[in-house]
Design a protein around this ligand. Structure first.
Ligand SMILES: [Zn+2]
Length: 65
């Protein structure tokens, strides 16, 4: 049973279905190593709150108003 949740997309100017951008942890690990650990907080943020992406235009949905 798929949940049919929608959020408002500012680009499409309507309620749209969304999906989450899968986090590539290998890329995040590589960035963390390259930046000597400076990327770690960003990695954690991305892992805890994945970005919602609009199914219609593919853009990120930041506000849920
Ligand atoms: Zn959209």
């Amino acid at each position: 049973m798929a949940t049919a949740q929608t959020v408002y997309c500012g680009r499409c100017r309507k309620a749209v279905h969304y999906h989450y951008d899968p986090v590539n942890h290998w890329t995040q690990l590589l960035l963390t190593v390259v930046t000597l650990g400076l990327w770690l907080p960003i990695w954690l943020c991305v892992a805890v709150s994945p970005t919602k992406l609009c199914n219609e235009c593919g853009g990120p949905i930041w506000a849920e108003m």
